[in-house]
Design a protein around this ligand. Structure first.
Ligand code: FMN
Length: 191
């Protein structure tokens, strides 16, 4: 049987973003567990305009090609990990826009969070994000990767140098996503 697909969604689109090396570290860590087919989904590449669909997304009557492509991408996912910065105590607007575009595509799939920032490690952004993803019937996993003072973990080439706490948290979260994605699959309409 094909492995389920874990999509790692990079929320930050800022030039020089920390989100990219954080997501690359997490992708490699998750892929090593071999439970999922792991994909990086970079919202900078997805490049959606501000929501410009005339119909509510639950109707799935998309008129724009960019929405149809975004729908097909998210539909493919069996579990998500949102790699999110904290901007002004919340998650960033690009991610909110990307979430709002779709409806059924997100449902009954587990969501994990890798957050980063200063002393709060992006945890305030995650609290806000949980409120939104549950409205879309995603199921957030409790176990998370929270990275404080992320800038101190970057080397001269801009790569993330993880510590043992981060690696352990990542493995725990992926294991939990695997359990939940198997359970939730039964609640989703057959493809
Ligand atoms: C608009 C803006 C708001 C920010 N607000 C917060 C904040 O509320 N809490 C925090 O810990 N860091 C905050 N920061 C610092 C970010 O944690 C840091 O810039 C981080 O690198 C942002 O992620 P990114 O590089 O992936 O975009 C903010 C940064 C920006 C650009």
């Amino acid at each position: 049987m094909a492995k389920p697909v874990l999509q790692i969604i990079i929320a930050s689109t800022r030039p020089g973003r920390v989100g990219l090396p954080v997501a690359e570290w997490f992708r490699d860590r998750a892929a090593a567990q071999d439970a999922f087919e792991v994909e990086l989904v970079d919202l900078a590449e997805v490049n959606l305009p501000f929501l410009d669909e005339p119909n509510h997304p639950r109707l799935r009557q998309y008129v724009h090609q960019h929405t149809k492509e975004w729908s097909a991408t998210v539909e493919r996912g069996d579990a998500f990990v949102f790699v999110t910065p904290e901007y002004n105590y919340g998650f960033n607007a690009v991610l909110k826009n990307a979430l709002d575009y779709l409806h059924h595509e997100w449902q009954y799939k587990p969501a994990g969070f890798v957050s980063y920032g200063g002393v709060s490690a992006g945890t305030r952004a995650v609290q806000m994000l949980k409120q939104v993803v549950t409205t879309l019937k995603m199921v957030p996993v409790f176990d998370a990767v929270s990275i404080p003072f992320v800038a101190q973990l970057l080397d001269e080439e801009g790569r993330l140098r993880p510590n043992d706490v981060m690696n352990g948290a990542a493995d725990t979260m992926v294991a939990e996503l695997e359990r939940l994605s198997a359970a939730l699959r039964h609640l989703r309409p057959a493809a």
